[in-house]
Design a protein around this ligand. Sequence first.
Ligand code: HEM
Length: 500
Amino acid sequence: MAQNVSRQLQALPSIFETGCSIGDVAAGLVALMFVYRASVVVYRLFFSPLAKFPGPILAAATSWYEAFFDLWSQNFPDVLSDLHDVYGPIVRVSPTELSIRDAEYYNDLYVLGGKRRTNLIAGNRAGLGMSDAIATTVPHELHQLRRKAVENFFSKQSVTRLESRIHHEARSLDEKLLRYAGTGTIVRLDHAFSCVTGDLAGQFACGENPELLEGSEFNPECIAAMLPVAVLKAINPHVAGFRMFHLLSEGRIEKIKDEISKEKDHDEFHEKTSIFHHILRSDLPESEKDPARLKREAFALLAAGTITTAGTLTTITYFILANPEIEKRLRVELKRVTDCYPNQVPRWTDLEKIPYLTGCIKEGLRIARFMRRNPRISPDTDLKYKQWTIPKNTPVGMSICHMHMDPEVYPEPYKFIPERWIGDVDPRVNRNFVPFVKGSRNCLGLNLAWAEMYVVLGILFRPGGFKMSLDCDESDIVPIHDSDVGIPKADSRGLRVRFD
Ligand code: HEM
């Protein structure tokens, strides 16, 4: 067979009778491609407007430099830190992008819309099914339009009005954990936290509780969401994964549209109100209300609101349980606001007034190491950084973990020390704290995240609550890999907690 093909190829007439064989043409194309690639590299190294910026030659020549670390060891944020040690506060991290490590500059880069327009890199998080979502919208105006329509819903006032949802979820978690109390059972608390934050993200984003917490042994069963609906329906329409899938369905959006059309008057805070309700009631153009776009928005919100908050709760809980002195002090300080539990769930506003709890949450947000460098683009004006002029339309990023792990600002940065946030602190401690980024594209769900963390931790560590001990160590928890959010080692055992 192979011989036949080869004979037929040889028998082909030479191209246009010029004496050129297919082999010659292929070789010519390869040579052309090589010359093209080589001239792109020469341009990037010597003629690009970014050629003057310091950084490794390979990073300036090709984005495969970063891709290599992403694929090989997923530790590019640490590599980047080393690059800044070598090249200084501004580094060219790729042919088209710069990184700055200088906390003084943070507020100049991450600005509000009134100060400067901010674009994103096109294709950011492409392939994740989130295109057209607020978090991935590239042009400034469209992003602001989409964001403004839902911003109020995520305000502190609005989250406070809907706080009963968080209370209900935290109480359910507590009741579920009660069945393990005193049994010596080991529970994956990281899974339990994902269920809680997933349920809440579902309610805030889509107006329906996916009831992940009902999954057996806190198994979010998200994997089921990948199966076709018909198969899931046939297996069991009540599995948690199915409910998550249902939230993301266009049918759900049509149902909300129908509900809204029958509304007599708008109750902003009715039982099921959600981001979907806000968008569908808003005066956004109809194209923005297209079910396919809303489906992608819902997916982005569920992703943004679930893993992040659950990961932070996991980090905080680990460090509290790993340090008996911290646990003891926290429980004592929580007494005055949790005294009435279970009759009354402690309120976010009261929990916020416990500085030690706030210190624990801030330490968790600091150490959880959100690794990406959140690049921003100034489309209209060049940026000035020290002696450097950064041409407009250049993506510039500042890594959150560089801000959070600066040993000058946070001595022993890998240690969990809630006290560093209490009392008369060095102003740089607060200046460097940017877990939610800043500016016109900062985290939309930060109030929801704060409220969830306060209430869940307030209940979990109330005096007289569960007796818990760890069945894992720091290497199972602390993120070392960059997967957009930081994740621990591949064979992590997760947050395994024994209920003694
Ligand atoms: C501890 C919890 C959380 C952390 C640390 C966190 C962190 C962040 C960060 C760093 C960004 C900026 C991303 C970028 O520049 O590419 C972001 C954006 C965003 N977050 Fe969060 N987040 C958390 C929880 C939540 C929650 C609970 C929600 C909502 C359910 C949410 C919704 C969003 C959205 C919609 C954006 C995009 C905002 C925009 O582009 O205007 N996040 N978050």
